[in-house]
Each structure stands twice: as structure tokens, then as C-alpha cells.
Design a protein. Structure first.
Length: 99
């Protein structure tokens, strides 16, 4: 599974409705409205890199009102549980295989 985070800048006129259009795109798992330089972050999960290219450059680009995007590829996922285990290395009862 390939995961990417697409930072999305939209025209102000579509702010109230764009999230609905984004979540309707196959491959978009979640959409968050955010503060800062971008207006939304879409979490994209697809099976292959070709699918990612299709979602971002064709499907998202076709949504009216999107002014620009920046895509961040995820290499590895860390959860709070995983990080706690890593920081407890050497503590009694904690064995972690880092490989």
C-alpha cells in the first residue's frame, strides 16, 4: 500500500464544498481542513505508484477550484505504540527488533 499526503490550495469560493468533492475521488482515504499555507490535506492510499499519479494528476486536477497541490510521499509509518517501544529499549521486559 502506497500512502501520500496531498497538500491542497483551493480558491476561496469553493472552500465550503471542496472537501466533499475530494473524498469522492477513488484512492482518497481522508480529507482534513487545515490552517496554514494550504487549505486541505488529502490522505491518498493506493496499490501502485501509477495509481497515485492518476489520482493526483488526473482526478484531483480535474476538480474545479483547486489552485495547486504539493504531494508528500510516505516512506514509513510510526505509531505512538511503536515509538514508545523504541524508546524503552533496554528497559526490563522490552525487546524490540529494529530490523
Amino acid at each position: 500500500m502506497i500512502t501520500a499526503f496531498v497538500l491542497i490550495d483551493v480558491e476561496r469560493s469553493v472552500l465550503p464544498t471542496i472537501a466533499e468533492a475530494l473524498v469522492e475521488v477513488d484512492g482518497v482515504a481522508e480529507v482534513y481542513s487545515v490552517a496554514g499555507e494550504f487549505d486541505f490535506v488529502a490522505v491518498v492510499r493506493v496499490a501502485a505508484y501509477e495509481d497515485l499519479a492518476h489520482v493526483v494528476t488526473e482526478r484531483l486536477a480535474a476538480i474545479e477550484g483547486i489552485a495547486g497541490t504539493e504531494t508528500l510521499m510516505a516512506f514509513r509509518c510510526y505509531s505512538k505504540h511503536d515509538l514508545e517501544r523504541m524508546w524503552n529499549i533496554g528497559a526490563e521486559g522490552s525487546e524490540v527488533d529494529l530490523h
